[in-house]
Design a protein around this ligand. Structure first.
Ligand SMILES: [Zn+2]
Ligand SMILES: [Zn+2]
Length: 318
């Protein structure tokens, strides 16, 4: 029993430290470095127009409140705690995904027979990557909208919004229940897409990858995805923010004001927010305070974040 527990701990540590060198993880060292370069750009651009504050770049980059504070330690605790959830619960999803993917492909083959398309494998790979971006992003938007609109889901999603100073690890500050639901969403999307594309290509398709990682994910992460959870105000051109969510637009989503935290619900694409009227652009918000605000002070440590959503559920107090 004790040795099994020790093995589990080692597995969790390996998983978490792997985030820093796996290319499909946002906090990979390479993406962190490109984020530092983008921060340098924002810092000097900001300094020109605004000579104050007089802090040097490193003080600006590693703002104490964002990396060494009570709220930051809640993020780090969730990073490790969710490692256990991933290994003990979520790891089994890929088995079930492969199982259902096989069933989907088989039933399509039974109904339509072999060779239903004359599209080449490279064309199918490009189509797959685009379909994954559109369907993946749209399903994320719908689920995120539900997290904000349904009180019992909001109780769990509040954990992500309870950070009062963002840093790249805040992306892991997610309640385990939300983490499981998010992974279920992703597993359903991948299972359906893989099942259909496996059928279309007779089992030969593959996403557009570089070193085994989706090219869209690499591009998104290289262009400062880490700054979405940070104090660095990286905005895009105003017109571009209609198409892609900029890091600052996600920071607006973390605002303590309700009229702002129910906005910018998309992940990579801004088109869903545009379509459904939930888009706010950077130029419209000059000052920002993140967190849940004064009204919800009871999400300020790791245990409270972990337990309070269940309490809220039990008492129907959200
Ligand atoms: Zn949210
Ligand atoms: Zn966030």
């Amino acid at each position: 029993m004790l040795s099994e527990l020790k093995e589990l701990f080692i597995e969790v540590f390996q998983l978490v430290f792997g985030y820093f060198y796996h290319l499909d993880k946002r906090i990979n060292i390479f993406y962190l470095l490109t984020s530092v370069l983008l921060t340098l750009f924002v810092f000097y651009k900001r300094k020109k127009s605004q000579p104050k504050p007089s802090k040097n770049f490193f003080q600006y980059l590693f703002k104490k409140e964002n990396y060494w504070s009570k709220t930051a330690f809640v993020d780090y605790a969730f990073l490790f705690f969710n490692g256990f959830v991933k290994i003990t619960i979520i790891a089994s999803f890929s088995y079930w995904s492969r199982h259902f993917q096989f069933n989907i492909t088989e039933s399509l083959l039974e109904n339509w027979g072999y060779k239903p398309t004359s599209l080449s494998i490279p064309t199918l790979s490009v189509l797959y990557t685009i379909a994954l971006l559109l369907i993946g992003d749209f399903s994320y938007y719908i689920l995120h909208w539900l997290y904000h609109k349904l009180p019992f889901l909001w109780a769990f999603h509040k954990v992500h919004h309870s950070s009062t100073a963002l840093n790249p690890v805040t992306q892991y500050r997610i309640h385990p229940i939300e983490l499981i639901i998010n992974n279920l969403r992703f597993a359903i999307v991948i299972t359906l897409l893989n099942g259909v594309f496996d059928f279309l290509s007779n089992g030969y398709f593959g996403p557009q990858t570089y070193l085994g990682v989706n090219v869209i994910l690499i591009t998104f992460n290289t262009l400062g995805a880490n700054l979405r959870h940070s104090h660095v105000k990286l905005t895009y051109f105003n017109w571009l923010e209609n198409w892609f969510i900029s890091p600052y637009q996600h920071q607006i989503h973390h605002s303590s004001q309700k009229e702002l935290y129910d906005k910018n619900l998309g992940s990579k694409l801004a088109i869903w927010d545009s379509l459904f009227g939930t888009l706010v652009k950077s130029k419209d918000v000059s000052k920002l305070e993140v967190g849940l605000g004064e009204k919800t002070p009871h999400y300020n440590n790791f245990l409270k974040n972990l337990i309070n959503p269940f309490k809220a559920l039990f008492n129907s107090k959200y």
